[in-house]
Design a protein around this ligand. Structure first.
Ligand SMILES: NC(=O)C1=CN([C@@H]2O[C@H](COP(=O)(O)OP(=O)(O)OC[C@H]3O[C@@H](n4cnc5c(N)ncnc54)[C@H](OP(=O)(O)O)[C@@H]3O)[C@@H](O)[C@H]2O)[C@@H](O)CC1
Ligand SMILES: [K+]
Length: 449
């Protein structure tokens, strides 16, 4: 099941709906605090714990969790920014019958810190009179568990407004937030556990989950399983990686247009000089860009065809105006530099920019990075689950575009094909020993499909 991802505004709206439908405000906080306590106990056991609480509902969750951790046998202290201001948090604070310390230079460290300072309500950087002691306490703790978000992180953008240090576990309430899957915040979250607190979450934004790959037709032949055609350019090694990956990702037939024999391709990948091959109606996806170099006519030729397209790497550099893509059934796979070169400086978070680009081109955008996003023109947005940092290696992008082309040729619609490709690519990386090279990703594909 794909986990939904909600902005802070959407979370508040959801919470409001629940209240209007009769959910008691404090009951919701009780559920959040209970989920936090339970996840903390599972992660770290009942140990010496310091709960840092802010004045809002994130702090409220902390008061509830602190009480339940005491009931579970942990030794717990609370240190607070100040008196709670949110209504439910006031109730939660009342149910805590023990002393509350201040957060300052005298606050004693503990084995486990439960960070309930700020969640989705953070609006600005944290003042140093709180940030400085909090940082010291984070560093001194053996484990840090964050409630909803590590404090200092902006929920919608994934920006770190104030760095307190990373959490080992983040327990997210009701739904994932964009920051859990956007850099640099995602690297500060540690493991992210979802706590169901009884809110009905539905969203066009979600964490990409294991795809349902098209079933193999027992009576089908190779062309039914999808034909990928690749255009080779100045550096054929790159398109060789893509073509090989497409074949391993289950395309029934993979062919490369090339004027000279490409070394290292499996014999099953057909190499052709015949320009007419491009008009073959059986082509399920045409891939151009990896290793294309400065040969813009390759892109021009691709854009004269009506086959579904995957445009990657150098092809993206040569598009020029995004309007040129209008009417094409295309998936674009830019990394940050290619994205900026093509779309300029769009405003907003990475999520906003990805969606703007998809709307502008009416194409699916795979906006690559440590926090890869897949955006569709209709507003769907897939966030990649974390993948090994070792994926930033030569040729990994060529492998990704080959896998996506295979998914498209196998009949998946563009957004689904792109999400499936991103998921398989990440899992293939997890299946490899580190350090790995792009070729190893291809070899690992059968293990994750
Ligand atoms: N929505 C839901 O469905 C559910 C939400 N739940 C929980 O509620 C959390 C959201 O709670 P929230 O809205 O009260 O915000 P929160 O993060 O506690 O911070 C707000 C407080 O901080 C203050 N403040 C802000 N920035 C500041 C700064 N830099 N430095 C200093 N102060 C700053 C701000 O004050 P002000 O801006 O007015 O000065 C306000 O007092 C959410 O993350 C989750 O844990 C669950 O319990 C149940 C389901
Ligand atoms: K927090």
């Amino acid at each position: 099941m794909a986990r939904p991802i909600l902005t802070a505004t959407e979370m508040r709206r959801l919470e409001q709906h629940a209240f209007e439908a009769g959910t008691d405000e404090y009951a919701l906080m009780e559920r959040a605090g209970a989920a936090l306590a339970e996840a903390t106990l599972r992660f770290a056991g009942a140990r010496e714990t310091l709960v840092l609480v802010g004045k809002g509902n994130n702090g409220g969750d902390g008061y509830v969790a602190a009480r339940l951790l005491v009931e579970a046998g942990a030794s717990v202290r609370i240190a607070a920014v100040g008196e709670p201001t949110a209504d439910s948090a006031k109730l939660a604070a009342k149910d805590w019958s023990r002393p509350v310390e201040a957060i300052d230079e005298n606050t004693a460290p503990a084995d486990l810190v439960l960070d309930c300072l700020f969640g989705t309500g953070l609006t600005r950087p944290i003042d140093e009179d709180i940030a400085e002691p909090a940082r010291r306490l984070f560093t001194a703790a053996r484990r840090v568990v964050a409630c909803d978000l590590p404090s200092g992180i902006e929920s919608d953008t994934g920006a770190i407004l104030t760095d307190l240090g990373p959490a080992d576990l983040t327990v997210t309430m009701g739904a994932l937030k964009p920051a859990h899957r956007l850099s640099p915040a995602m690297q500060a979250c540690g493991r992210v556990a979802s706590a169901a607190i009884g809110l009905e979450t539905q969203s066009d934004w979600f964490e990409i989950a294991e795809p349902d790959l098209p079933a193999l037709d027992a009576q089908g032949h190779k062309f039914d399983r999808g034909m990928v055609h690749c255009l080779s350019g100045a550096m054929p090694g790159a398109i060789a990686l893509s073509a090989h990956a497409a074949a391993r990702a289950g395309a029934g037939y993979v062919r490369v247009s090339t004027s000279r024999m490409i070394d290292g391709l499996p014999s099953s990948v057909v190499q052709t000089e015949d320009a007419g091959a491009l008009d073959d109606e059986r082509i399920g996806c045409l891939l151009v860009g990896p290793g294309m170099g400065d040969i813009p006519p390759l892109l021009t030729v691709a854009l004269t065809k009506t086959h579904p397209l995957v445009l990657d790497a150098d092809a993206l550099r040569h598009v020029g105006e995004p309007d040129r893509l209008a009417g094409h059934d295309a998936i674009l796979t830019p990394h940050e530099g290619e994205f900026r070169a093509l779309f300029g400086d769009l405003v907003g978070s990475k999520a906003d920019r990805a969606l703007l680009a998809a709307q502008q081109t009416q194409c699916v955008i795979v906006y690559k990075g440590p926090d890869t996003l897949v955006a569709a023109p209709d507003g769907r947005l897939g966030f990649a689950p974390p993948a090994p940092a070792a994926l930033a290696t030569a040729g990994a992008g060529d492998v990704l575009s080959g896998i996506i082309a295979a998914m498209r040729a196998r009949g998946m619609e563009p957004f689904e094909a792109a999400c499936a490709g991103v998921w398989l690519h990440g899992r293939a990386a997890e299946a490899c020993d580190i350090p790995f090279i792009a070729d190893d990703l291809i070899a690992a594909l059968p293990d994750v499909m």
